[in-house]
Design a protein around this ligand. Sequence first.
Ligand code: MF3
Ligand code: CO
Ligand code: CO
Length: 252
Amino acid sequence: MPKTPIKTPKEIERIRDCGALVAETLAKAGEMCKPGVTTQDIDNFVREFTLKNGAIPACLGYKGFPKSVCTSVNEVVTHGIPGLYMLKEGDIINVDITSILNGYHADSSRTFFVGEQKPNAVELVTVARECLFEGIKVCEQPGARISDIGAIITGIAEEHDFSVVRDYCGHGIGKKFHESPEVSHCRSFVPGPRIEPGMVFTIEPMINEGTPKVRLLEDKWTAVTADGKLSAQWEHTIAITPHGVEILTLAR
Ligand code: MF3
Ligand code: CO
Ligand code: CO
């Protein structure tokens, strides 16, 4: 694994500026998640709102990804491609937005409820959110390692008989969309690198109702659960500062 880049306060400021825009875009996209809205409608909004604010949708054209945002509905674990799918009552949808502002990326996602929910979906989405925030909290502990994030997340998921996706990880972020460190959400017996001031990375646990196994669709992007059961994900970009952890993808 390459060494994790250490960012200057100026660089973190840039990522924070971008993060505020991502947070605003994500909140507005979340308000759109109602029955009858298509995932393409969400893509159109994200692209236009991002560009209007002087930023670039990082997903568009990234390694050939065809749209400006990832929309992952129900059994879709991650990297769902917006299209003709029309949201319906009872769906859950993860909207994952990454923008580039003044050369710096910020990346955040949330899972939204479309209308009335069954209790199992509410529990899954709530637990996935808790996994993210407990993962963030662990980074505050003196001497914490990257591997402590996966340990806490896996413990929470297991308490609820849910599973943690192994195939996709959090990542360092800055001028690049994805860089070191790799942030596994799983338990590992190999101690990871120490979490140090100046590191900027995402935590983005994908929590499944059933099997952690995923299957890739023909489009080579959309990852679905192997058993067709639900998956939920939450993501923030965080900075490690001398004073603690700062979430960079918050609205101002
Ligand atoms: N935003 C995703 C992540 O959390 C990556 C999406 S890559 C894309 O890392 F190409 F699918 F957009
Ligand atoms: Co993301
Ligand atoms: Co990410």
